[in-house]
Design a protein around this ligand. Structure first.
Ligand code: NAD
Length: 411
């Protein structure tokens, strides 16, 4: 199973439950535009290296297309297609006026110097600037990219198209960014995890949590949940998994990764276990916050957590998801769980267009309001129709896009 098969299966299940016409199904299934670009750059040692970049613009019925930019060795067109469609449903679930898109470059960012990454990002913009922009398609950070890449993106875009900071989100606060964007996805994951525990009648204080991935999303989720008095007993990254049944010192771990190379390698204040062992730990809450396809038919039966919150995009393959549902595990799906990032990106875009600076308190309040509304709608639909939260979220998102497509007509 690949990311695209998985996204298509979830879409077709929801489309058939919604009894979408063939006409609308055909319009929603495919992408509006797909671009592949070749990116030759001069490396620091003077040799020329060539990378492949992608941007898939899935649907713009509800507004300009929006989605992250991923730098990862395994990025390919199919993965970007899958992630672009997830963005269309995600922006609709949280009801912000955007469509969906996604981009990526097949590169391991850890193998490039900062100067090389800057040249690569600028080349990507040079190739794509005509088909992206504040009213068309607005990129944001995703795996392997951060505020630096977004600052380079904006600077390069402005050279071609003139000053327009709303062309990209996730920028540094000092450079037209918005306070709270960096924490937004993790904060949203944490907020929604607490709501899910509450709705299931579970105690929050002392809840044992395991988080796969300690990058932007995993780290902020861990911080938020620890402040909410959960016990974060395990986190992992590419270097392994770090475990303490009494609870980890998240603040110390954040400091460790910030001072080093971004990984927890060498952190000794807890037990080090295998990366895969983390998924099977005896915890109440499991949060995959790294890559897609980590819970499959091969390991699903080892999962012991009764609640899973999908911070990563597509971490559970559909057949494994079915097995979890049969076993009574509650799964909060990615298109709702990690929507905090795109929601605050929307606030940043609004701020840029209004030339008005938002404060952190307002950002957090508006984020909580948007996510709470989406959570209530999804929970209600799942309860009324006796369906999984994933099916409910897909149905809600797809139906909102259907409405816009039908009202706008075929353009
Ligand atoms: P990131 O690059 O900041 O961090 C990724 C983390 O995962 C790193 O700690 C890395 O070491 C770890 N990792 C990678 N492969 C791993 C593996 N096989 N096992 C364990 N750990 C592994 O990326 P991020 O921005 O935190 O994104 C993580 C996930 O969240 C992705 O699926 C992304 O699409 C999704 N997401 C991110 C945002 C955002 O705002 N950044 C928004 C929505 C969804």
């Amino acid at each position: 199973m690949q990311a695209l098969d998985s996204a298509q299966l979830y879409f077709s299940r929801a489309a058939s439950a919604l009894e979408l016409s063939d006409r609308v199904t055909a319009m929603l299934a495919g992408a509006y535009r797909e671009v592949r670009v070749q990116l030759p750059i001069e490396m620091d040692d003077g040799h020329l290296a060539t990378f492949s970049g992608y941007r898939v613009q899935h649907n713009n019925a509800r507004g300009p297309m929006k989605g992250g930019l991923r730098y990862h060795a395994e990025v390919d067109l199919d993965e970007v297609r899958a992630l672009a469609s997830l963005m269309t449903w995600k922006t609709a679930v949280v009801d912000i006026p955007y469509g969906g898109a996604k981009g990526g470059i097949a590169v391991d960012p850890h193998r490039l110097s900062s100067r090389e990454l800057e040249r690569l990002t600028r080349k990507f913009v040079a190739r794509l600037h005509e088909v992206v922009g504040p009213d068309t398609d607005i990129p944001a950070p995703d795996m392997g990219t951060d505020w630096r890449s977004m600052a380079w993106f904006m600077n390069e875009y402005n050279k071609f198209e003139g000053f327009n900071p709303a062309c990209v989100t996730g920028k540094p606060v000092e450079l037209f960014g918005i306070p709270g964007r960096e924490e937004a996805t993790g904060r949203g994951v944490g907020t929604l995890a607490l709501k899910t525990l509450g709705r299931l009648g579970r105690q929050v204080t002392g809840t044992r949590v395991a988080i796969q991935g300690f990058g932007n999303v995993g780290l902020h989720t861990a911080r938020f949940l620890q402040l909410a008095e959960c016990r974060v007993v395990a986190v992992s990254d590419l270097s392994g998994a770090y475990y303490n049944p009494q609870g980890l010192d998240i603040a110390a771990m954040v400091q460790y990764v910030n001072q080093g190379d971004g990984l927890l390698r060498g952190y000794t204040e807890c037990e080090v276990i295998g990366g895969d062992e983390l998924l099977a730990l005896d915890v109440e809450l499991l949060i995959p916050a790294a890559v897609g396809g980590v819970i499959t038919m091969d390991n699903v039966d080892s999962i012991r957590a009764p609640v899973i919150v999908e911070a990563a995009n597509g971490p559970i393959w559909p057949h494994a998801d079915d097995r979890l549902t049969e076993a009574g595990v509650t799964v909060l799906p990615d298109i709702l769980a990690n929507a905090g990032g795109v929601t605050v990106s929307y606030f940043e875009w609004v701020q840029n267009r209004q030339h008005y600076k938002w404060g952190l308190t307002r950002v957090r309040q508006e984020l909580d309001r948007a996510l709470s509304g989406a959570f209530e709608s999804v929970w209600q639909l799942a309860t009324d129709r006796k369906i999984s939260l994933r099916m409910a979220a897909y149905m809600l998102g797809i139906d909102r896009v259907r409405e816009a497509v039908e009202m706008g007509g075929i353009r």
